[in-house]
Write a protein that binds this ligand. Structure first.
Ligand SMILES: Cc1cc2nc3c(=O)[nH]c(=O)nc-3n(C[C@H](O)[C@H](O)[C@H](O)COP(=O)(O)OP(=O)(O)OC[C@H]3O[C@@H](n4cnc5c(N)ncnc54)[C@H](O)[C@@H]3O)c2cc1C
Length: 446
């Protein structure tokens, strides 16, 4: 089989992969860009909210005008019951002078695919690209369509835009670092008269929080966000959903205006990131690089932004700028660290259920005395012996090496920051040290 040579292969046609293709082809229309998507987007997806700032990404891609014709609903803000039993309005218009959007996600994905195609990207939907090896700097893939037709592909550069599975990055040796165990259980309800009060509501409860938003098609999406170990699937399917709703009275009240509930769906929603966002001639973008808590409503925005940055990085790399991918890595790492700080602050605003495991797990206060002397209990931690929260394997190995002899916590943080290992905020390094102490991987000595 004669291989087809392409410049850039993008795995995944979600918002990150398609935005990357759009920006690439805008800057360099001569490039051969192929997108391979494993699904056909027929599976129902939860309705999502996009912040007003999405306009700032769509305009440079030249798609904002068309996006507005797609029939998504404007979002004027989110009503929040968080930290107190009080409904508070977070109005977008006061912050930005323009609305956000409540979107039908499949329709949105198809829109981006069509735009990428118009720009010149070749797209294989419902297809599987199997990586068969890298020979003389070219990535080789065997592409199989749903109908069983095979094609051999050779790509100079690969983009992992496969969402949270980050399947290509994993094949390249990158590892996921998880920060929690959040999961989303959601269903659609049909609205009986099209009006169910506020547009979007977030309501905290003892075991997590609820999200509900009226969506295109006269539908209300309702999602219960909690930790996967606190949400046994069978229990939720057998009355547990209704039982949990009792603890979210404002969400429950919205359901009075609905009829006919759809099937319950389960979706992983943990915050996670890779320990390496790129390697030789490949990068990870969007959720493949790092996923945000849906609470932020920033997932699509961040995916499109990293797609756009990823396009610049790939072009620079193909132009021979050797530090292009390193710069991309630093940028995305910094964004993820900032996100972690904001997420912590937001969860810490909720103090009503301090005994509940869900909230306890999110109260990550800095308690470590900067002068406490820390030493490693063992030189290394066997793989998979601890849940891989907060620190990547490389970061953990660095800390353990630094702590071969007892050192003050503040010096360990300084050594980490002085190393070229990775960008991490001081707070997150300290939380990592606290985690290692809790797991008896480090100990305090006087
Ligand atoms: C419950 C829930 C609610 C959310 N609500 C919001 C919200 O309100 N607002 C918001 O902005 N974000 C929200 N998000 C997050 C948002 O959905 C994601 O952040 C965003 O879609 C990420 O885009 P992406 O392109 O990186 O990944 P994805 O959208 O996941 O796209 C990845 C694509 O890659 C494909 N793929 C996977 N493996 C392969 C492979 N091996 N080969 C080829 N293709 C592959 C997948 O089929 C998929 O189409 C929510 C997420 C969850 C879980």
């Amino acid at each position: 089989m004669q291989p087809t040579k392409i410049d850039i292969l993008i795995l995944g046609a979600g918002p990150a992969g398609t935005s990357l293709a759009l920006m690439l082809l805008k800057r360099a229309p001569h490039l051969k860009v192929r997108i391979v998507e494993k699904s056909d987007f027929s599976r129902e997806k939860t309705g999502e909210t996009l912040p007003p700032q999405i306009k700032d990404l769509m305009e440079p891609l030249g798609i904002f005008e068309q996006f507005q014709q797609e029939g998504h609903l404007p979002a004027h803000g989110t009503s929040v019951v968080w930290g107190a039993d009080l409904l508070q309005e977070n109005n977008f218009l006061l912050q930005t002078n323009s609305p956000g959007w409540r979107i039908d996600k499949n329709r949105f994905n198809w829109f981006l695919i069509r735009e990428a195609e118009k720009q010149g990207a070749q797209i294989n939907m419902d297809a599987h690209a199997k990586f068969t090896g890298k020979i003389q700097s070219l990535f080789h893939f065997l592409l199989t369509s749903n109908a069983g037709v095979e094609e051999s592909l050779q790509a100079s550069f690969v983009v992992d835009a496969t969402g949270r599975s980050a399947s290509f990055a994993a094949q390249m040796g990158a590892r996921k670092v998880r920060f929690d165990n959040l999961t989303g259980i959601w269903r659609f309800y049909q609205l009986s008269n099209g009006n169910c009060g506020v547009e979007t509501l977030v309501e905290a409860c003892a075991t997590g929080w609820w999200y509900s938003a009226s969506m295109p098609g006269n539908k209300l999406v309702v999602a219960y966000m909690t930790d996967s170990d606190l949400a046994p699937e069978q229990q939720l399917r057998q009355g547990g959903w209704e039982h949990q709703l009792n603890s979210a009275p404002r969400t429950q009240k919205r359901l009075k205006k609905t009829e006919g509930a759809g099937e319950l769906k389960f979706w992983p929603a943990a915050s996670q990131c890779l320990d390496a966002f790129c390697g030789e001639a490949w990068i990870a973008v969007g959720d493949a690089a790092g996923t945000f808590d849906p609470l932020s409503s920033q997932g699509v925005f961040k995916a499109m932004k990293s797609g756009i940055f990823g396009a610049y990085a790939a072009l620079d790399y193909l132009d021979g700028k050797t530090n292009a991918l390193e710069k991309y890595e630093q940028l995305v790492r910094r964004e993820f660290e900032n996100y972690l700080e904001i997420r912590s602050k937001f969860y810490q605003k909720e103090q009503r259920w301090s005994q509940s495991p869900f909230w306890q797990r999110r109260q990550d206060w800095v308690t470590l005395d900067p002068f406490s002397m820390l030493v490693a209990v063992e030189n290394s931690v066997p793989e998979n012996s601890q849940r891989n929260y907060l620190l990547s394997a490389k970061e953990r190995a660095f800390i353990l090496k630094t702590c071969t002899c007892a050192s003050p916590a503040k010096d360990i943080v300084a050594a980490f920051q002085a190393s070229a290992l990775s960008y991490k905020s001081n707070r997150n390094i300290i939380l990592g040290l606290q985690f290692l102490l809790q797991k008896n991987i480090l100990k305090q000595v006087s």
